[in-house]
Design a protein around this ligand. Structure first.
Ligand code: GTQ
Length: 345
């Protein structure tokens, strides 16, 4: 195209811009890309860097003042957007001994993945779930939840929420409870006993599309991974990997976020893998490395890293490793959009 025609087309685009009209031919290539082109960047946060600054916040303001004392893990490719991937949020929350983070409820679904501390709890509609390292606690959309620390140590956990998805859909509602705590009416483990042991109460009618199990304890998950490891036959891309499921239908435990736990045997190197669901990893046990594109992350316990959509990556475990991860996979699968490549294809 010669310069005169380029100028003519640019003049046309500028002229109609004032009427809130845009020529598609200026935009098509960036709107409909040949493959995912994400602003999300691979990034690693070392827990030993995050912990002290969060402890500093612990003496700056109370959990009640902050409502939630959290440092957002913001992707360096999307500054100011409070996102770790284009669709998901991650934060590290701290609750000090004796504190209560007051009860509220919101459209956004959340989970807590416990990093450090014993004896704090999250209560969901009055079911109190005590926290230990590696436990997964769900706070489904629209349910009252408060957090408290009854121990004499600080407690830290990873908050995973679908905030960017709810923002995208303009569907956010939130309410504060009139009291700091919603009445605690159910004991720790109540929902696990009722719904999470391979049996279900007769005539159970689910009230939502989120798993009725509130807490998935790490000791059980860990034992299951160990049994699988002992049986052998690891998957080349994932070694031994389990998904947290909703026992009602066997699908993802949460409709908007898929959550996973995997064990990599000592020395295991995964085959190159990529999928369209950008994935956030939280290291539970062990040290290792992850290659993603031209970057390599060296990680240890409690470190958190993010792999963007459609980026080839490989994990290499030094000793035996356990990795928690989450992504928007159930949404992509429900919409028929999810893809993966196993190996270097
Ligand atoms: O604990 O309810 O990290 O509402 C962000 C928003 C935690 C929570 C976050 C929230 C919460």
């Amino acid at each position: 195209m010669d310069d005169a025609r380029k100028a003519e087309l640019a003049g046309y685009s500028e002229k109609i811009g004032g009427d809130h009209l845009v020529p598609l031919w200026d935009r098509l290539k960036s709107l409909v890309t040949q493959e995912p082109k994400s602003p999300c960047q691979p990034h690693l946060w070392h827990y030993e860097d995050v912990r002290p600054v969060l402890m500093e916040a612990g003496s700056l303001l109370t959990a009640k003042e902050a409502e939630r004392r959290v440092l957002i893990l913001e992707n360096p490719g999307m500054p100011g957007e409070s996102k770790i991937t284009t669709s998901l949020y991650a934060g590290i929350q701290l609750i000090m001994p004796g504190e209560i983070a007051p009860a509220h409820r919101h459209s956004q679904a959340a989970f807590r993945f416990i990093i450090e501390g014993n004896g704090s709890y999250t209560a969901v509609d009055g079911e109190k779930s005590y926290m230990s390292k590696g436990d997964l606690i769900l706070t489904p959309s629209g349910r009252w939840h408060d957090h408290g620390n009854e121990s004499d140590e600080p407690t830290f956990w990873l908050d995973g929420l679908d905030i960017p998805m709810v923002q995208f859909l303009d569907a956010s509602f939130m309410e504060q409870h009139s009291e700091d705590e919603h009445p605690h009416t159910k004991k720790d483990g109540d929902s696990l006993a009722r719904y999470g042991s391979g049996m279900m109460p007769l005539n159970f009618e689910p009230v939502s599309n989120t798993s009725p199990v509130i807490k998935y304890p790490y000791d059980r998950t860990r034992d299951n991974l160990k049994t699988m490891r002992d049986a052998g036959n690891p998957d080349p891309c994932h070694a031994y990997k389990l998904q947290y499921v909703n026992p009602v239908d066997g699908g993802s435990a949460m409709p908007t976020m898929g959550a996973f736990m995997q064990l990599l045997p000592a020395g295991f190197e995964t085959s190159s893998y990529r999928s369209t669901d950008a994935t956030i990893y939280s290291v539970v046990e062990g040290t290792g490395r992850t290659k993603v594109g031209d970057k390599e992350f060296t990680w240890g316990p409690n470190d958190i890293f993010v792999i963007p959509s459609w980026h080839h990556h490989q994990h290499c475990a030094e000793g035996e490793c356990v990795l928690f991860s989450y992504s928007d996979r159930p949404v992509q699968q429900a919409l028929g959009l999810w893809r993966e490549n196993r190996g270097n294809r």
